[in-house]
Design a protein around this ligand. Structure first.
Ligand code: A3P
Length: 322
């Protein structure tokens, strides 16, 4: 008996077989789907999610290119939407004992990875999910049918790249792979052939839809939040339809969230100093230095000029400055 899942899996496998495929980091391949490159297991999970997952109007999806501040965004949004259940400052707040990735799961890494079709029936509304895939690749209903909200976080591509460079060798799957040089990774980042790339297309796709549907997609940058954290915590709460009340303002709840989710606070919690995420990243590697401009310490001036030029060429026609 071939159940529905098995037939579905065959469809997914045939689709993957038919896609353009390029070697990546020597050990892997990237497949091009819907304009973006994916490693095989992420792609399989994205396709499975697209097939099985149904958005509810109250769902919230956090979308990002890897290393753009996802961990931080997960912590902030989780804390904002759960602040009635888990008041800021309470001793049993889940963020004190869980890595943010254990509180908000990625579709393609956690939920639909390993050929799983998860049972999500016990999740409280609003359900929080995350993805590094282009949110719009997850199906038409994300954009057109459901009322779910998307928050996208981007980051300066030079800092994103440098963060990736430090992080990749720490992933269990990559640990076993041949080491890759900075130049090789840089070339793959700039050419766009890397997991979830091209970076610039990923950012632009979400930027455009945030302009067309501002009530649906909120577009943020890591740099904006670093510079004005209180302001953006408030903006996020307003966007999600749960603004801070006058009483909360008086009790400085916004600033409590900023402090609770700060790099300094999260990185010193035991839950973030030990253990690994489901995809095998050591929790402490998710908190490296958390500053703007660290790329200047690693990239040559040629590299900086190259990324700046690509960014200028890709973003300026759309009025996007990062
Ligand atoms: P650096 O490597 O530049 O330090 P992601 O969560 O998408 O993987 O992004 C990781 C980047 O976000 C890392 O950047 C990490 O240090 C930074 N980061 C993690 N938690 C943060 C926080 N609470 N505040 C600011 N930056 C944070």
């Amino acid at each position: 008996y071939a159940g529905e899942g098995e037939v579905g899996n065959q469809e997914i496998e045939s689709l993957i077989e038919s896609l353009p495929k390029i070697p990546f980091l020597r050990k892997f391949h990237c497949y091009k789907y819907d304009g973006f490159w994916y490693v095989e297991n992420h792609l399989r999970a994205v396709l499975s999610c697209k097939k099985h997952f149904r958005f509810q109007d109250s769902d919230i999806l956090l979308a990002s290119f890897p290393k753009c501040g996802t961990t931080w965004l997960k912590a902030i949004v989780y804390t904002i939407v759960n602040r009635q259940r888990y008041p800021i400052g309470s001793d049993d707040h889940p963020l004190l004992t869980n890595n943010p990735h254990a509180l908000v799961h990625y579709f393609e890494i956690d939920l639909y990875g390993n050929n799983d079709v998860p049972d999500l029936s016990n999740m409280h509304a609003p359900r929080l999910f995350a993805t590094h895939a282009s949110a719009l690749s997850l199906g038409d209903e994300v954009k057109n049918k459901s009322g779910c909200k998307i928050i996208y976080i981007c980051r300066n591509p030079k800092d994103c790249f440098v963060s990736l460079w430090h992080f990749l060798p720490k992933l269990r799957a990559v640990e076993a792979a041949t080491t890759v040089s900075l130049d090789e990774l840089f070339d793959s980042f700039c050419s766009g052939v890397n997991a979830y790339g091209p970076f610039w297309d990923h950012v632009l796709e979400h930027w455009k839809v945030s302009l067309a549907m501002p009530e649906k997609v909120m577009f943020l940058s890591y740099e904006q939040i670093i510079e004005q954290p209180d302001h953006y915590v408030k903006k996020i709460a307003e966007f999600l339809g749960c603004p801070f009340s006058g009483v909360e303002e008086d009790e400085r709840v916004v600033n409590g969230i900023v402090k609770m989710c700060s790099f300094t606070h999260l990185s010193q919690l035991e839950a973030n100093k030990s253990g690994r995420t489901q995809r095998g990243a050591r929790h402490d590697t998710l908190f490296r230095c958390g500053v703007i401009g660290d790329s200047n310490n690693l990239l040559s001036s040629d590299m900086i000029n190259k990324i700046d030029q690509i960014t200028q060429d890709k973003f300026s026609p759309y009025g996007l400055k990062i």
